[in-house]
Design a protein around this ligand. Structure first.
Ligand code: NAP
Length: 315
């Protein structure tokens, strides 16, 4: 079947455009994948689908027949903000490899907190030889804010490691062995029993600033927080205060409102913060390209789009 060019559009200055074009081309030998800048005017005039990584919306406007964009990232808050008032449909990346990479990151850092590595690092700095009282994983509750593609995979790996696991979502859910909570009303009950709170929520109008002083205060004294979602889900000042006063014992932060995190930011030097450079779950170019390829193949054959982002919900 003959196909139009499929452009790959990324943020200005993005360093990996060519490697993405090559990976996508390899996954879709029957299609012609081109970086936006390499497209002819004729190709721009006819293309219906584009593959995107934080694209410049002005470039998307130069594709008059465009119907949908397939993101190679899982989080689409920027696309929703840029394209929410257009007719364009947004498809985000749902990749089992991404979910398992995220599950591995959640387990790694949950174990880091569970086995009190921050406290042992402080003891080492004081040349202090002092075993701490051991707590079994079964005595710790790890709670996930967000039980979607990534949250549920993380929950399963935490269960396998022996933790008690809770999960919170917008809609009601039932998952074996996971204590499920939904909606604002049920959040306090989950927070009250949480030792390690893991954020895997999408950034939407409802989740912006959701982890604020009130929510943090509902966690037990000494609980810790892992944010692998988006920086703006946490009210940064409220978290800073809760870390300073010891209510929150440690925060593992992979995502920030401004990235890269400016050197002037307090998180870098805070003794109870682990700063990570947005590395919890990078997209795997090979597996992601195969998923995009399969979605485009189905669209070419049947006209059917994969599940699209709900613009009103924001995810
Ligand atoms: P997803 O499948 O869309 O799942 C989102 C989950 O959050 C769902 O369970 C959803 O509830 C819940 N949720 C959304 N709004 C809510 C609200 N207002 N109240 C309660 N629950 C709410 O998303 P995903 O694929 O798991 O990805 C989650 C996020 O991870 C992405 O949006 C992205 O920002 C982030 N991420 C980070 C990295 C990294 O390296 N740090 C990598 C990839 C992704 P329902 O189930 O009821 O819909």
């Amino acid at each position: 079947m003959t196909s139009h060019v499929i452009p790959f559009l990324a943020a200005p200055g993005y360093a990996h455009i060519q490697v993405w074009v090559e990976a996508l081309q390899k996954a879709m030998p029957d299609e012609r994948i081109l970086a936006f800048d390499a497209m002819s005017e004729e190709a721009k005039a006819t293309c219906k689908v584009a593959i995107v990584a934080n694209p410049n919306p002005d470039q998307l406007k130069q594709l008059p027949q465009l119907q949908w964009v397939h993101s190679v990232w899982a989080g689409v808050e920027r696309l929703v903000a840029d394209l929410g008032n257009t007719e364009l449909k947004i498809v985000r990346l749902i990749d089992p490899q991404l979910a398992s990479t995220m599950a591995e990151a959640v387990l790694t850092w949950a174990l880091y907190l569970h086995r009190e590595i921050p406290a042992y690092a402080r003891q080492q700095a004081q040349e202090l030889w002092q075993p701490r009282t051991y707590t079994r994983a079964q005595q710790r509750t790890v709670s996930l804010l967000g039980l979607g593609a990534l949250g549920e995979a993380a929950a399963q790996s935490l269960l396998r490691a022996g933790f008690k696991v809770c999960g919170w979502s917008r809609s009601e859910k039932s998952v074996p062995d996971i204590e499920c909570f939904d909606g604002e009303n049920e959040l306090p009950a989950m927070l009250a029993k949480t030792n390690i709170l893991v954020c895997l929520l999408p950034l939407t109008p409802d989740t912006t600033g959701l982890i604020n002083a009130r929510v943090l205060a509902q966690l037990p004294q000494g609980a810790s927080v892992i944010n692998f979602a988006r920086g703006a889900v946490i009210n940064d000042e409220d978290l800073h205060a809760a870390l300073d006063n010891g209510h929150i014992s440690h925060a593992v932060l992979d995502v920030f409102e401004t990235e890269p995190l400016p050197v002037s930011e307090w998180h870098w030097q805070h003794p109870h913060v682990s700063v990570l450079p947005h590395c919890a779950a990078p997209t795997d170019r090979v597996t992601a390209s195969l998923i995009v390829a399969e979605n485009i193949r189905r669209y070419r054959n049947s006209g059917e789009l994969p599940q699209t982002v709900d613009i009103v919900r924001g995810y």
